[in-house]
Write a protein of this length. Sequence first.
Length: 277
Amino acid sequence: MKQHDELLSTAIRAALHAGRDIMSIYDDPAADFGIERKADNSPLTRADKAAHARIMTYLEPTGIPVLSEEGAHLPYSIRRTWKRLWIVDPLDGTKEFIKRNGEFTVNIALVEDGTPIMGVILRPTPQPLPSGRGAASALYFGMKGEGAWKADIGEDEDIEHIISGAQSLPTTSTEQRGWVCVASRSHLSPETEAFINELRRDHPGLQLISSGSSLKICLVAEGKADIYPRHAPTMEWDTAAGHAIALAAGHEMVDANTGRPLTYNKEDLHNPWFIVR
């Protein structure tokens, strides 16, 4: 097995187990989310911390440095020497998690020379109802030069079965629908709204979908949306995994002002405003 295949399996396994830890808290009606506020006033929960700890048990043994939202952020003087690194958001969409609307993800990306070359995104779902009915968790993954896929995860967590049974992206033909734009559910800025209004001039029947977390990028990769504009602040860990999947599915993610691809492991870990298309 090629090294990248081994790393993909490791990242998928890490995401699945982190998702299980997240849902053990989410599914417990008596659970205390332990909500704290970080320096930027964004929320932090027990689930964020548990997912980070679980993911690190899988990624640290690879010997590749890890940049995680919930981990230590080393000075750029050290990070700039990293040719490869993992970029991780253990629980993307913490606000959606707290709202209990299900629109949160686990994001794991492998970045090489500033470009995301592998991405894994898991949307975990609640445990099945006693009747056995329940939505399966959705797993998205992609590798540079190989392609992107989506798998529905039930009880089977055999990595080889998951990978071999996954469906290639895009799964939806754009010819089957009208023009679709996806935008943030919790962070729709006036600038993004202005951009969407411009789109409506060219596409009068424009359909707008609101979603949380990195699922917005996945909707473009799936072919369920044509464009995702983000004229609002994000961090590298919010987008790296989705960027890798979008690239592998034949899309691009570019700076909204320059049209250049987003890059990672920068001195300033904030992303510029961007467009996925």
